[in-house]
Ligand binder design. Structure first.
Ligand SMILES: Nc1ncnc2c1ncn2[C@@H]1O[C@H](COP(=O)(O)OP(=O)(O)O)[C@@H](O)[C@H]1O
Ligand SMILES: [Mg+2]
Length: 244
């Protein structure tokens, strides 16, 4: 992924969610993982990268092209990406199949027959074929999150953006969803994700970005960040979250 951030800034009232963040994703990185303490700015950065929010100042470039703030360019940018957030944001009144089909017909201009075929194939890819007629309330959290993943991937997004995709799940369901995401990483899908699962971050990341207090504290390979971080802030955070 060819992404460059320049002086990216986002404020909420007096609070700075991002403080003049500049960063260029190193060449060859397919899976970029954001880690760091809560409130550090991970979700804010993911929303900007996905075109769901605009910075107060600064620039984002994809393939050296400036991501414009206009409604049309942002909409077109959003269409190219896939999103998955922490809370299951499926439509409660629609079945799994309908949840995956709807954006294909409404946003991606597929005809209903084609959309249904694509959606069914995506559900089967995540071992959900047998559940396609169920509504979210009739599925486990892990199944719901896999449906949401199927939906995020059905239009073959250039970039998949995952914001703490397992933080609302119990350990077994977390494992089930992480396995699916790991498979996507192996298949070469470009992904930017935030997570508190440090073992997972280490296993899948090509590059880690540590964000705290709206700033990038340190970046580097998983080996560097987890085994020999330069920053005392990173060392202390990892010491705390990986103690038990
Ligand atoms: N919609 C919002 N309204 C007000 N403050 C926000 C909003 N979103 C984020 N913030 C603030 O911005 C900072 C960064 O938040 P966030 O990007 O959610 O961090 P993280 O995802 O790393 O936990 C926090 O201080 C948070 O309270
Ligand atoms: Mg967050």
């Amino acid at each position: 992924m060819n992404i460059e951030l320049t002086d990216l800034t986002r404020r909420y009232g007096e609070a700075h969610a991002l403080r003049s963040v500049s960063y260029r994703v190193p060449e060859g990185v397919r899976v970029l993982v954001l880690i760091g303490p809560s409130g550090g700015g991970k979700s804010t950065l993911l929303r900007m990268l996905g075109g769901l929010d605009v910075p107060d100042a600064g620039e984002i470039r994809f393939d050296a092209t400036l991501l414009s703030r206009g409604d049309d360019p942002l909409r077109s940018h959003r269409r190219q990406n896939g999103f998955l957030f922490q809370a299951f944001n499926l439509f409660p009144h629609l079945t799994a199949l309908e949840n995956v089909t709807l954006p294909l017909t409404e946003v991606h201009d597929k005809n209903p027959v084609e959309a249904r075929e694509i959606a069914m194939a995506c559900l089967e890819r995540f071992r959900l074929g047998a559940h396609h007629q169920k509504r979210p309330a009739e599925m486990s959290g892990g199944q719901q999150q896999r449906v949401a993943l199927a939906r995020a991937l059905a239009h073959q997004p250039r970039l998949l953006i995952l914001d703490e995709p397992t933080s609302a799940l119990d350990p077994e369901m977390t494992a089930e969803v992480l396995e699916v995401i790991e498979g996507l990483c192996r298949d070469g899908q470009e992904i930017i994700l935030s997570t508190h699962e440090m073992g997972f971050a280490r296993a899948v990341a090509d590059e880690i970005v540590f964000l705290a207090d709206g700033e990038i504290v340190e970046t580097g390979s998983p080996e560097k960040i987890f085994d020999a971080p330069d920053s005392e802030v990173v060392r202390q955070f990892l010491g705390r979250v990986m103690r038990y």
